[in-house]
Design a protein around this ligand. Structure first.
Ligand SMILES: NC(=O)c1ccc[n+]([C@@H]2O[C@H](COP(=O)([O-])OP(=O)(O)OC[C@H]3O[C@@H](n4cnc5c(N)ncnc54)[C@H](O)[C@@H]3O)[C@@H](O)[C@H]2O)c1
Length: 377
């Protein structure tokens, strides 16, 4: 018999859907000792919220998240709102003794993240941040390969996250769907939105970052604001590139933009070590490209590992070898790991405390871009 875990979801947008799908699916494939119960969803518009609840199978709705976090029948609050609401909701949830699963980036800045981590730790509640790319089987495999020592010393780490959806100068900022262009709601532009993913994966795979030098650009300086109706200055970074040094002595190169015409969600990473190199691409997410210098010379070359075998991370839970899974499965893996962590009494990485490390790098990147100087993390 699995134990119920009553979920209270805040926000029913893109992430509200991926998480709800994960909660509904996880126990069909994993046996983590708990099963999520879709108890309630909260959003401001009662009609839309009820339609979402009906479609996804939530038992009830709340139009004020404060009521949701206070409900006695809720065990865990899942925060799927714009970034500026993460802290307030997380602090209130922790104060009510609820577990908290929070979307990334954890917070608007490091100081807020620390307050959030202190709050969940003081309350003694389980917590995790949805940096889901760690749980792409090919990325998890990259971690296993690095930890096995096959790469040897790491020299280089590079990552890109490229999109093209904000190129039009006519696109307004602010409000539903466009809050990412509004610094008051998002905190930053591509740095907190896209590079935060690249940084989390990098810290996990390659360890801490000690210092950074960055440049950012805001290509469209003014846009109409949907909430005020006025043309207002754009305060987010449209593009950001940075160089960094990792604590293990390797060099890093990161680039993100929403102005790379033709790219929708091109997250790529590459790691070059003493003995081997690896490459991964979100558009081909089930493959890990691997080059091993120890291979016999005549057959040495890049191999494309189709990460679908039962001895690959997470894959024994899915279909038969050779058959692929996709983006939505990263969230199912995260839920499975979170539920298993409750059974085992262990933290589910990244915890709030661990996710602050990404926040620190984002803050240093933005500070460096502003000052035109190297910044320590
Ligand atoms: N892990 C990932 O890969 C990933 C991908 C996309 C977004 N995100 C993160 O998830 C969060 C949400 O992003 P999204 O793409 O789902 O956004 P979205 O715009 O699709 O959805 C946001 C939701 O928040 C709700 N909301 C806004 N204000 C609210 C309030 N006061 N009370 C209750 N609900 C409110 C909106 O109604 C909407 O349902 C962000 O922090 C974002 O950075 C993570």
């Amino acid at each position: 018999m699995t134990k119920p875990l009553n979920i209270g979801l805040v926000g029913y947008g893109f992430m509200g859907r991926t998480h709800s799908n994960a909660y509904r699916t996880v126990n069909n494939f994993f046996t983590p000792g708990y099963h999520p119960v879709l108890k309630a969803v909260s959003a401001r518009d009662a009609v839309k919220c009820q339609a979402f609840a009906d479609q996804w199978g939530y038992e009830s709705i709340e139009t004020d998240w404060r009521k949701l976090v206070a409900r006695k029948d809720i065990d865990a609050i899942d925060i799927c709102t714009p970034n500026n609401l993460h802290k307030e909701i997380a602090l209130a949830a922790a104060a009510h003794g609820k577990m908290v699963l929070c979307e990334k980036p954890l917070s608007m800045n490091t100081a807020d993240g620390e307050e959030m981590a202190d709050a969940v730790e003081k309350a003694g509640v389980a917590n995790t941040v949805w940096y889901n790319y760690r749980r792409v089987p090919a990325v998890t495999l990259a971690k296993q390969i690095i930890d096995s020592g096959r790469m040897g010393k790491i020299f280089h780490y590079r990552a890109n996250f490229l999109q093209d959806w904000t190129i039009s100068a006519d696109l307004p900022q602010g409000g539903a769907a466009l809050w990412r262009l509004d610094a008051a709601a998002a905190g930053s532009g591509v740095t907190g939105d896209l590079l935060a993913h690249c940084i989390d994966t990098a810290l996990w795979l390659n360890g801490g970052i000690s210092n950074v030098t960055a440049m950012t650009e805001t290509f469209i300086k003014e846009r109409k604001h949907n909430l005020t109706g006025k043309v207002e200055k754009v305060e987010i970074d449209d593009a950001c590139s940075f160089l960094c040094r990792f604590e293990n002595g390797s060099l890093g190169l990161f680039e993100s933009t929403r102005y790379a015409r033709g790219h929708k969600a091109l997250y790529t990473l590459e790691i070059n070590g003493e003995h081997a190199s690896m490459k991964w691409d979100l558009h081909d997410l089930h493959r890990l490209q691997y080059f091993d210098h120890k291979d016999e010379g005549i057959v040495r070359g890049w191999r494309s590992i189709h990460v679908s075998d039962s001895d690959h991370p997470y894959m024994k839970h899915w279909w038969v070898p050779g058959l692929q899974i996709g983006y939505e499965h990263t969230f199912i893996h995260h839920v499975a790991d979170f539920l298993q962590s409750l059974t085992d009494g262990k933290p589910c990485a990244p915890t709030f405390r661990e996710a602050i490390e990404t926040q620190k790098v984002c803050d240093a990147v933005l500070a460096s871009a502003k000052s035109n100087q190297w910044a320590n993390v």
